[in-house]
Ligand binder design. Structure first.
Ligand code: DON
Length: 304
């Protein structure tokens, strides 16, 4: 049997001893306040047993990891009609690029790049009475944790500087693929990105993707077919123009955020979340990637 605790302790030691911890995202000014020396890793095995090492109880900005959760909610509401509005192909581009959007008539390549998540936000704004409150309740419900909330200072900071997201949203709108007005959609998008959660809260939430749609309380949140599709999108699109590299080095579906978090999972086996705020040049956590490569190498567990 794999000794997860031993592996997580070794990973944390290696992370703490690594001198080059990457670069903290500063294009959202509020994120620049993060401490580069933080490192945490939390893992839930198939029985729901928690293993953790480092700073796993401290909340940080979830950012793009939340795109998987808005996608889940929208997929549940719209079913396969969703794929008429957003694709399922990797973009091979950075998360905030606009060129493909112009070439492909405002239909984003996938729901995990910014443009795709903006279309998903638009769907939730159309379908829900109070999107901010209802999305938060959805996440709290899966995690079974009412202490999860938005960090309004991060949302406001991004609203002041989110020029590329405004550009993407207006471009999508110009092609008729955005129903609501740009301000309303982006207000919801910036808030969803600002969710503040710890590694332990995230692993409790994302556990459903490793556990056939069921949370730790044994409630079914998504069907097996929905889980298959969302995990496939995480595998091919979760790391933007580094998706190939992540598959090559780690071998798991997953998703990153510019707050320095990464979630990855092996269906029917485990879900893991790492946090280290320093990023590599592709916008993914440098030590998180290193940690997950070590986890799958030392445990011998990956989808391959
Ligand atoms: O829209 C943005 O740029 C951020 N709120 C989220 C980007 C992000 O997390 C990319 N992930 N690695």
């Amino acid at each position: 049997m794999v000794d997860f605790q031993n592996i997580l302790d070794a990973i944390t030691l290696e992370a703490n001893n690594t001198l080059d911890k990457g670069k903290i995202a500063s294009y959202i000014p509020e994120l620049a306040c993060a401490d580069k020396n933080k490192f945490g890793i939390a893992l839930l095995d198939k029985n729901g047993t928690l293993f953790s090492a480092g700073d796993t109880k401290e909340q940080f900005s979830v950012q793009s990891m939340t795109k998987v959760l808005t996608l889940s909610m929208a997929f549940d509401l719209l079913g396969d009609n969703l794929w008429e509005l957003v694709g399922v192909e990797p973009s091979g581009d950075p998360f905030n690029h606009l060129s493909l959007l112009e070439q492909e008539n405002g239909k984003p390549r996938n729901p995990l790049i910014n443009a795709g998540a903006i279309v998903v936000s638009d769907i939730l704004v159309s379908k829900l009475k109070n999107p901010r409150a209802e999305f938060l309740k959805y996440v709290q419900g899966i995690a079974n944790d009412s202490s999860i909330g938005y960090d309004v200072s991060v949302a406001e900071s991004e609203k002041r500087t989110g020029f590329r997201n405004y550009a993407a949203a207006y471009l999508i709108k110009s092609f008729g693929n955005l129903e609501n007005d740009v301000e309303t959609v982006l207000d919801f998008y910036f808030h969803q990105c600002s969710l503040s959660m710890s590694c332990e809260q995230l692993v409790n939430t994302f556990y459903i993707f490793a556990n056939r749609g069921k949370c730790l309380q044994d409630n079914q949140h998504l069907s097996l077919s929905q889980i298959k599709r969302i995990n496939a999108i995480m595998l091919s699109c979760g790391f933007y123009d580094e998706a190939g590299e992540f598959g090559f080095r780690v071998g798991l579906p997953g998703k990153s955020g510019v707050g320095g978090g990464i979630v990855a999972l092996l269906p029917d086996n485990f879900c893991v979340v790492t946090w280290s705020p320093g990023l590599n040049e592709k916008g993914n956590s440098k030590l998180g990637l290193q940690a997950l490569e070590k986890l799958t190498t030392d445990s011998g567990l990956s989808i391959f």
